[in-house]
Write a protein that binds this ligand. Structure first.
Ligand SMILES: Cc1cc2nc3c(=O)[nH]c(=O)nc-3n(C[C@H](O)[C@H](O)[C@H](O)COP(=O)(O)OP(=O)(O)OC[C@H]3O[C@@H](n4cnc5c(N)ncnc54)[C@H](O)[C@@H]3O)c2cc1C
Length: 357
């Protein structure tokens, strides 16, 4: 079924977010969450624990607010802040369809054509930050007011393994007219580090929230079933707790790296952010996959029948864990390790040469 996008008021009626939750997406022009990094990550983690798809939408809303704060001009920042306060839902739609989104200059402005896939919240977002390919190959961010222009939402192929409620549909833009004011930042700002690579910490936070919920639901179920005294179940409960705590600890490692960068935005601190967040991604993915196995063994087939929460939680987590370029993140972690070893060897050699003089 192809659904033509309807006006924002109707979408707003379907939205399950609390108004104040959306209004909290406030960043300064350095990209720092106004309530602090800890609060940002805690909010995302909590939202993941409530409902994974809501966590995904919230994560996109935060990312868009951050990108406008970081790369937008003063007027764009002011407007985005006002819109978020008025409970407009933002998103970042970067993943290209086979017919990728491109932007062409026109005499009076620009024209946007092509389609995005995996556009989370396609039925409810009113402010979509979309990346568009320019003629010269650069990537331009555009903030598209979906309640004021017509895009086509296609949910016909949306039958996912999990995260069905994220409504990550295909959205097509057929010659949408934009003005200069709808363009955010300069070409290729979207992929600037540490915000691009280090931004993965937001989805890691939501994943950590889902892992925590899976642990709590499993332990509660075992108590309800009178199975908490069994030594095997106790051992798995212990491992589940360790996995959930590891995920939280890795979030703190990422947070510390961001705090160091916020205090001193040097190239070295930027590289540390990307490295720490890459490691957090890898470690939290491992903790999540282990938790899924432990939970399934603990609750058994009986536990995987709805309305018990396990089947949906596990499918959602398995699906949401599939984020861009996981192999590349792990390879970067390995490469950084070799760079550190080589740097320390050079330092030792320089030291010994210096001291022998
Ligand atoms: C629930 C959900 C919501 C989403 N919402 C949004 C959204 O709102 N906006 C948005 O922009 N995107 C969204 N996405 C898309 C997301 O950002 C990723 O692009 C997508 O999940 C990656 O899909 P994939 O695992 O099939 O990737 P792939 O890139 O196909 O990766 C699959 C595997 O292949 C490896 N691989 C990758 N590239 C290569 C290569 N060149 N050669 C060999 N191996 C390779 C990867 O490391 C991985 O192991 C969403 C995804 C999910 C699951």
């Amino acid at each position: 079924m192809i659904v033509d996008v309807v006006l924002g008021s109707e979408r707003r009626a379907r939205r399950r977010f609390q108004r104040d939750a959306l209004a909290r997406a406030c960043y300064d022009e350095r990209g720092v969450f106004l309530e602090g990094r800890r609060a940002e990550l805690d909010l995302l983690r909590a939202m993941g624990g409530v409902e994974p798809s809501l966590g995904r939408l919230y994560e996109g809303h935060f990312n868009a607010a951050l990108l406008v704060a970081l790369f937008g001009n003063e007027e764009q920042r002011r407007r985005a802040h006002r819109d978020a306060t008025a409970a407009e839902l933002f998103a970042v739609w970067n993943t290209q369809d086979q017919d990728p989104v491109r932007i062409e200059p026109r005499r009076s402005g620009y024209v946007l054509s092509g389609a995005k896939t995996w556009a989370s919240g396609a039925d409810s977002v009113t402010r979509a930050l979309i990346t568009a390919r320019r003629r010269d190959g650069g990537v331009q961010m555009c903030l598209v007011p979906l309640d004021r222009c017509s895009a086509t939402v296609d949910d016909s192929t949306w039958r996912p393994h999990g995260m069905a409620d994220s409504n990550s549909f295909r959205v097509a833009f057929d010659e949408i007219e934009l003005v200069e004011d709808d363009l955010i930042g300069a070409p290729d700002d979207y992929e600037r580090n540490p915000w691009f690579g280090g931004g993965a910490l937001r989805f890691v936070a939501v994943h950590a929230g889902i892992v925590d919920r899976l642990m709590r639901e499993t332990l509660t179920y075992l108590v309800q079933q009178g199975r908490s005294e069994d030594p095997y179940q106790r051992a798995r409960a212990g491992e589940l707790r360790v996995a959930a705590q590891s995920a939280r600890n890795w979030l703190r490692t990422g947070e510390d790296a961001w705090n160091a960068f916020d205090a001193a935005p040097t190239e070295r601190n930027a590289a540390t952010v990307v490295d720490a967040v890459d490691m957090a991604r890898v470690a939290v993915e491992r903790a999540a996959l282990d938790s899924i196995e432990l939970a399934v063994r603990s609750v058994g087939a009986h536990g995987l029948v709805e309305p018990l929460p396990f089947s949906k939680l596990i499918c959602d987590l398995q699906m949401y864990l599939r984020q861009p370029a996981p192999d590349a993140a792990l390879a970067r972690v390995g490469t950084a390790g070799f760079l550190h070893v080589n740097a320390s060897r050079s330092a030792v050699i320089a030291d010994s040469t210096g001291s022998s003089r």
